[in-house]
Design a protein. Sequence first.
Length: 366
Amino acid sequence: MTAPYEKLLATPRTDPIAESDRSASKEAQGNPFPALQREIKQAGLLDLRWGHYRAKIAVTVAALLGGWAVFVVLGNTWWQLLVAVFLAFCYVQIGLIGHDIGHHQVSRTKRSMEMLGYLHGNLLLGASYEWWVNHHNRHHSNPNHTAKDPDIVRRKAIFTAEQADQPMTAARRFIIKHQETLFFPMAILESLGLRVVSARAIAQRTVKRPVLEGSLIAAHFVIYFALLFTVLDVPHALVFLIVHHGLTGLYGGLIFATNHKGMPVRSDGEEESMDWMTRQVVTARNVRGGMVTTYLYGGLNFQIEHHLFPSMPQPNLRKAHPIVKRHCVAAGMTYHETSVPGSYMEIVSHLYKVSRQARPLLSVAR
């Protein structure tokens, strides 16, 4: 199995590239991104795909509303837990559309983008769209940076042993010691955590439209809890709530973890030796698979292409894949792809290794 970041940075190219391709462009040996960008633009892969998104939004919202219709029809029964599973799937798919909206993949006009974002994020999911966009944009600017990537900073797990050299609670030390076992189960809390940080951002007015966002989130939860406690008694409702949001968090966590976790990590104090394109490529992982994998992952299985071209519509990522890979390999960059099981094995292996390296630091009282 591929080792963590040291091996990935040093791994020689395995894809055969003709000698003429390697020397065809001197530009690729300096800054390969302009040539890649030109080819991507010439192929039309940055053009909007409004027809695709119109159909996807319609089908996904219809599935969500259909799930709630079945919920009402079924009544007070434990069969509702199957509905909770289905609605968790719908929630994540709605969130993936919101992700694409935030990256300007669905619309390039600010007004329509915000309208769609507030609809999907705040009203349909009950989470702050703007908080998420700000958070996610910081991640894209500094992927896998231990001090600047919020997707690293906010985790209870650590991704380099040096992260353990800081004051922390006994609970966090326990998590780090067993993080390879606890990392994915802890994703169950992600849905709850997203609602908590959304409420905090609105209360602290760190979003542009706190009243609008707060009103839409309030409307979401008024409708949600009205349905829950009108159709179900308290025990059924509470279990439904736990299953629905627990699986929402787990499914979302399983998608986003494969993107970067276990890949090269950068830290403060290190001399920046990688240019922008290299940072985006070597800190990301692609997950191989067919159309079903792409649908389930919302296209984020093409994470390298997504990080290089965040505004590229999701259905074009697969088309961009061979172009991006060819340019990366010609420029001598490690372009990492693996299977779905392989991605999770790499993550767990990396977490285990870092945990064992950090234990001497964790044993020191702070």
